[in-house]
Every structure is written in structure tokens, then in C-alpha cells.
Ligand binder design. Structure first.
Ligand SMILES: NC(=O)c1ccc[n+]([C@@H]2O[C@H](COP(=O)([O-])OP(=O)(O)OC[C@H]3O[C@@H](n4cnc5c(N)ncnc54)[C@H](OP(=O)(O)O)[C@@H]3O)[C@@H](O)[C@H]2O)c1
Length: 307
């Protein structure tokens, strides 16, 4: 089978190569991958890994071999799955409890936007529950996690302020349910019960000054790579607020992956969650797509189709 392999010394960052077929453990199904999505974090992992690694966490496709222990969806099921790695290939072994069956009408391209970004959006927002009537500030709102988080927060009754980096990134964000879209976090007014922050640096410093008493700033990334200086005095005016670190992978119990993925695909099916696919291309065009994502030119998610 073919897979995308890291080639740090090569001309392109990744190369399509012939690979051995995956071997499934007893609790793993084999999935024929039809589409996968890219995450900013994976762009970093590609740089940090040596020759010959196959990345890939977000896959959607068809079960071609059910897990030998009888768990998980049967052969022929259309599924979305979260994998640790190896998903950017024609076939991948997937833990049967990290997948969900796609309702009719949910496409592979839509579904593959969900595992990392959708779980992150859903689970970061849970730190602010209940959201009904709460002011929620979401940085990186035009990005992969952000476009999903804005919709989920608005659907839960939050009053969402969406932060984008520049004017052209605002296109379509208000329609996702934000009450306001602002250019840069410095333009935010008032205080917020929940802040989702992944830019880091000055953005995180400002976020801490915008949280309300007993509110929470969920820190789930550092896209800028910049450090943040904070001091106790920054929490003046927001007593007992907190800064919460977050990892989508460890934030909830292992057996919650399938139910959360099933919830997210059901929201697509009923029309209340619309994945924003800013770029959809053949996986043979990986290099160009990765470049656009790195340069913050993808509105929402970048999807690659395994053709
Ligand atoms: N902890 C976890 O479990 C977890 C899970 C998923 C993702 N993450 C992290 O969360 C971040 C967002 O992920 P994503 O997939 O949504 O990425 P993405 O699609 O690239 O979106 C990131 C957004 O952040 C904004 N941003 C602000 N400052 C930035 C900077 N200096 N460099 C790059 N982007 C900047 C960009 O918006 P503008 O262009 O409008 O400024 C961009 O839309 C990444 O750092 C990722 O590694 C963490």
C-alpha cells in the first residue's frame, strides 16, 4: 500500500512510498482510509521526526477488517477514527474504541475534520460548562479548532467573541454563531467566563487579563511559539479564576473517544455542526496544502483525499 512518509533530507517534506500492510492487534480494526485532515501540531511533528515516519491522527474511511475481539464497527462500516500515527496511508490499524460510525449524509471529508480538532473544541468547552448565556472568547477562531469551537459554543447558548488575526480571516466566522468577530485579542471588551487560547505569547497574557472571577482560560496550544510572562497581579479583578492546561488526548477517559466522536458526527448529520473545509485536495498535493496551513491561509480545516 501507499503512505506519506517523512523525508527530512528530501526535496519535499513528505513522499508517497510503498509501505508494508498494517497488522491489527486483537482490539484493532483495519480501516481503508478515504480522507484525512491535517493539524498544525502535525506540521511540527513532521519536522521533529526523522526519516520514514508516517504521521496521521484524523482519518475517515471504511472498515475492511473488524477487530478480532469482536468489538467496534463491522466490515463495510463507514467510520471516523482517531489514530496515534500512521493514518496518512491507504490502510491503518485503529483501536476499535476510538472510532464512530458515520450517519448517512456525513461525508468522509467532513468526518475526518473531527478527531483532533473536534474533540479539542468539544472538550475545551466543557471546562466552561454550563455555557448558556456565558461570554466565551475563542482565539484562532478561523482555524481548525476555532471554527468548530465557535459553532459548538454558540449551539450551547454561549455569547461568543471570535478572535481572528486579520480582516480577511473574519470571512464567514460570524455566520458560525459568534455574536462578534474581532481582529486581534486586544480589541476584546469586558470579561469572559471561558477563554480558549492557543496562540500563546502576548495573546495568552492578554487573555488572563480578560477572564472573569472564577472563570477559566483553557490553554491548549502555543501556535506563536512565544513564551508568556504572568504574575499574580494579572489576576487582580478576577479572583479565583484559573489557567487550565489541556490535552485532547488525556482530558477524558479512554472509553470516551467513541461516544464523543459519535456525538460530533451526529451534530453534522442534524445540521448543527458544519465543518469548514477551507481546502480539499488529493493527498498527492500534500506539500502545497501543508504550506497553506502553515501560512495561516486555510479557513477551517485542510482535508486530503486518498485517491
Ligand atoms: N492541546 C491539545 O490537545 C491540542 C489539540 C489540537 C490543537 N492544538 C494546538 O492548538 C493550536 C490550534 O490548532 P489548529 O489545528 O486549530 O490550528 P490552525 O487551524 O492552524 O489554527 C490556528 C489559528 O491560530 C491563529 N494564530 C494566532 N497566532 C498565530 C501564530 N503566531 N501562528 C499560527 N497561528 C496563529 C491563526 O488565526 P489567524 O490566522 O486568524 O491569526 C489560526 O487560525 C495549534 O497550536 C495546535 O498545535 C492543541
Amino acid at each position: 500500500m501507499l503512505g506519506l512518509v517523512t523525508t527530512p533530507e528530501g526535496k519535499a517534506p513528505m513522499e508517497l512510498r510503498e509501505l508494508p500492510e498494517p497488522v491489527a492487534q486483537r482490539n484493532e480494526a483495519l480501516v481503508e482510509v478515504r480522507a484525512f485532515s491535517l493539524n498544525r501540531g502535525e506540521l511540527r511533528s513532521i519536522r521533529n521526526n526523522g526519516e520514514g515516519w508516517v504521521p496521521g491522527q484524523d482519518v475517515a474511511g471504511i472498515v475492511v477488517q473488524q477487530a478480532a475481539d469482536g468489538s467496534g464497527p463491522p466490515v463495510g462500516a463507514r467510520v471516523v477514527a482517531l489514530t496515534d500515527e500512521f493514518g496518512w496511508a491507504q490502510r491503518v490499524a485503529v483501536l476499535s474504541h476510538r472510532m464512530a460510525v458515520l450517519p448517512d449524509g456525513v461525508s468522509f471529508a467532513q468526518a475526518c475534520t473531527l478527531p483532533v480538532a473536534g474533540l479539542t473544541a468539544l472538550r475545551t468547552l466543557r471546562h466552561g460548562a454550563p455555557l448558556l448565556g456565558k461570554r466565551v472568547l475563542i482565539t484562532g477562531a478561523a482555524g481548525g479548532v476555532g471554527t468548530l469551537a465557535v459553532q459548538l459554543a454558540a449551539r450551547s447558548g454561549a455569547r461568543v467573541t471570535a478572535v481572528v488575526g486579520r480582516a480577511e480571516r473574519a470571512a464567514g466566522v460570524k455566520e458560525l454563531g459568534a455574536v462578534e468577530v474581532i481582529e486581534g485579542i486586544d480589541a476584546a471588551k469586558g470579561r469572559f467566563g471561558l477563554i480558549l487560547e492557543a496562540a500563546g505569547g502576548a495573546s495568552l497574557a492578554r487573555a488572563i487579563k480578560l477572564v472573569e472571577a472564577k472563570g477559566v482560560v483553557v490553554v491548549y496550544g502555543n501556535s506563536s511559539g512565544e513564551a508568556t510572562n504572568i504574575s499574580f497581579a494579572d489576576f487582580r479583578g478576577a479572583p479565583n479564576s484559573r489557567v487550565q492546561s489541556f490535552s485532547y488526548f488525556y482530558s477524558e477517559a479512554e472509553d470516551r473517544f467513541a461516544p464523543d466522536l459519535a456525538l460530533l458526527v451526529s451534530l453534522i448529520a442534524d445540521g448543527s455542526l458544519k465543518p469548514q473545509i477551507g481546502l480539499e485536495r488529493s493527498w498527492r498535493e500534500f506539500a502545497a496544502v501543508a504550506e497553506q496551513l502553515r501560512e495561516r491561509r486555510v479557513a477551517g480545516k485542510a482535508v486530503l483525499v486518498v485517491d
